[in-house]
Design a binder for this molecule. Structure first.
Ligand SMILES: *[C@@H]1O[C@H](CO)[C@@H](O)[C@H](O)[C@H]1NC(C)=O
Ligand SMILES: *[C@@H]1O[C@H](CO)[C@@H](O)[C@H](O)[C@H]1NC(C)=O
Ligand SMILES: *[C@@H]1O[C@H](CO)[C@@H](O)[C@H](O)[C@H]1NC(C)=O
Ligand SMILES: *[C@@H]1O[C@H](CO)[C@@H](O)[C@H](O)[C@H]1NC(C)=O
Ligand SMILES: *[C@@H]1O[C@H](CO)[C@@H](O)[C@H](O)[C@H]1NC(C)=O
Length: 533
């Protein structure tokens, strides 16, 4: 939204990537659906340029704040529905309700944060379903480091560094793009909370519930005296409290922070339930056929993935895909709840992999009786593979067909019987990503199991060697999956603390854009960064 846009002017970080000259790999076998790919050996690792894990993560993270805060450069666009009867908020300095395009907040806190002088908060109710396109990542952060890449492609056909602060032009541009599609009412983006861009307040989709003159805020607690702040950051001349008011006014510092708190309510699944995701419309720039983006991702952490070097023809292909998706009648999808499918996979493996990592940590292993400890890990592997442990899945020397069977069953558990014909092309992409991700989980666990099978009767030297090898395999798998469910505050935060990861616009002393480790910060003692001079 507007009020905070300018705050980040000086925080504008340009993440520069190493130059990589490798040509894009042409071997795309790893992207072929597993159930159609009998040629891959059961133990062959995912293709180096596979994007299955990235797409899986995007789908599993839609409408959740924490994973999108960590993986801040979004690559995906998906249609969402905000149901009839949903209350949304808009805050401003006067009492005239918007008529054109404007921002709406899901919570009062986010709209209140928009008031800098006199404060009017208008609450709206949706009078019909709003159809919106949701851009993932921190897609409302005015950063030059990639948060706007997808949006810029819709608006200008390519990322535009010169437009990072141009919010008015941006909202006009994205609504102009959306106008082509019947029934597309606007967009959803995310900063420290989700926000709606409603392109036409006069289209009858929302109705004013109340327009309230809210108490003005007290700006005196900001770290810097107003004269030290740039003009756009200064509060308007203090607004007088209403006659008869006693004591302190609501603190502006706290109002800013509470917008962050309200956003954190949507940190984890199910996330922002006031929008329903239409997975059949999931369009992603992690599409592996966009070859111009492949080389620049190799060895580069996800936070630095960019779309800046996408070719014009591949951009055009993606815009055509978006036109297909938003041009077609609603209800094109299979009805499969892909978000739920990804969550089921995450739930089944996330804490078990974390348990293995814990058991295999150097301190745990060093203190343990190797025989007992190897047996303990073996039992956990058996638990994870239990659904596929048929009586003929007994490892035999020189014949890996038992492993092949386990991996196949395990990798296609959730997708084997979904008919290809009922899926949209976008859903096929998700299906492939789910299978590719599940296959890698199953492959690594089965590889560990091959060593664990007869470990109980082995000598201590082999047991110790196995524990060491498994530690490496679990670490490799967890790094590849890169699930945000493992990003937790440990130990848990107290009631007067918030579990926090560095969040744009990085106004607290605890913020470090280079470190996305969750940590507890005080909810009652807020430490704002002094304004950089
Ligand atoms: C984009 O291309 C330029 C010029 O070839 C190169 O320096 C840069 O590293 C590339 N960046 C990305 C993210 O692909
Ligand atoms: C009311 O505030 C909005 C948002 O700041 C602004 O665009 C509009 O011009 C203002 N209207 C009047 C009548 O002052
Ligand atoms: C907004 O919607 C109203 C009612 O459907 C319509 O008359 C008006 O032209 C629309 N405005 C724009 C800018 O599309
Ligand atoms: C280690 O554990 C095994 C299996 O539980 C047990 O038989 C053995 O006595 C233990 N060794 C030591 C040194 O405690
Ligand atoms: C491997 O085992 C499977 C059944 O367990 C059997 O059908 C297959 O013929 C065996 N392959 C070889 C090369 O022995």
């Amino acid at each position: 939204m507007r009020a905070l846009n300018a705050i980040v002017l000086s925080c504008l970080t340009l993440l520069l990537l190493p130059t990589i000259n490798a040509t894009a790999a042409s071997d795309d076998r790893a992207q072929v659906p597993f159930n159609a790919d009998d040629s891959a050996a059961w133990d062959s690792p995912p293709h180096l340029d596979s994007t299955h894990h990235l797409i899986f993560n995007d789908v599993a993270s839609l409408r959740q704040r924490l994973p999108n805060t960590i993986h801040l450069n979004g690559h995906s666009v998906v249609a969402v529905i905000v149901p009839t009867g949903t209350i949304l908020y808009h805050g401003r300095g006067n009492d005239s309700a918007p008529t054109g395009s404007e921002w709406l907040a899901f919570d009062f806190e986010h709209s209140h944060q928009e008031c800098w002088g006199p404060c009017y908060v208008i609450s709206y109710v949706t009078t019909r379903e709003l159809r919106l396109a949701y851009l993932d990542g921190v897609s409302a952060a005015n950063l030059g480091s990639g948060t706007f890449d997808t949006q810029d492609i819709l608006i200008w056909g390519k990322p535009r560094l010169d437009k990072v602060m141009e919010e008015e032009e941006r909202i006009a541009g994205i609504c102009e793009w959306g106008k082509k599609y019947d029934g597309l009412d606007g967009f959803v983006r995310m900063e420290f909370h989700f926000e709606v861009i409603l392109c036409n307040f006069s289209s009858g989709s929302v109705e004013v519930v109340s327009l309230l003159n809210i108490l003005p805020k007290d700006f005196s607690e900001f770290a810097d005296p107003p004269e030290k702040l740039p003009p756009w950051r200064r509060p308007l001349p203090a607004t007088a409290p209403p006659p008869g008011w006693k004591g302190s006014l609501p603190s502006a510092k706290s109002s800013d922070f509470e917008a962050m708190v309200a956003g954190s309510w949507q940190n984890r699944a199910p996330g922002e339930t006031r929008m329903r995701v239409d997975y059949s419309s999931f369009v992603t720039f992690y599409d592996r056929t966009l070859t111009s983006l492949v080389a620049a991702r190799r060895g580069v952490p996800r936070v630095k993935h960019r779309l800046i070097n996408i070719t014009a023809s591949e951009t055009a292909r993606k815009l055509d895909e978006l036109a297909d998706v938003y041009g077609r009648a609603p209800g094109a999808g299979s009805g499969v709840d892909w978000g739920s499918v990804t969550h089921v996979v995450q739930q089944r493996y996330a804490d078990r992999l974390a348990l293995l990592r814990f058991l295999l940590a150097p301190t745990q292993v060093a203190a343990a009786n190797a025989t007992a400890h190897a047996a303990l890990v073996r039992a956990q592997l058996l638990t994870m593979l239990a659904p596929y442990m048929t009586t003929d899945a007994v490892p035999a020397p020189g014949n890996a067909s038992w492993a092949q069977r386990i991996v196949r069953l395990c990798a296609t558990t959730h997708t084997a019987r979904i008919r290809d014909a009922v899926l949209t092309p976008q859903e096929r992409g998700i299906r492939n990503a789910v299978e590719g991700t599940a296959r890698e989980i199953c492959r690594q666990i089965t590889l560990m199991w091959a060593d664990a099978f007869d470990i109980e009767g082995a000598g201590e030297a082999r047991q110790r060697a196995a524990l060491l090898k498994w530690r490496g395999q679990v670490a490799e798998l967890m790094a590849w999956l890169d699930w945000s469910v493992w990003a937790q505050c440990e130990p848990e935060c107290r009631p007067d603390e918030l579990c926090y990861v560095s969040t744009w616009p990085y106004i607290y002393v605890e913020d470090d854009p280079a470190d996305m480790t969750p940590h507890c910060i005080s909810r009652t003692k807020l430490h704002m960064q002094p304004w950089p001079s």
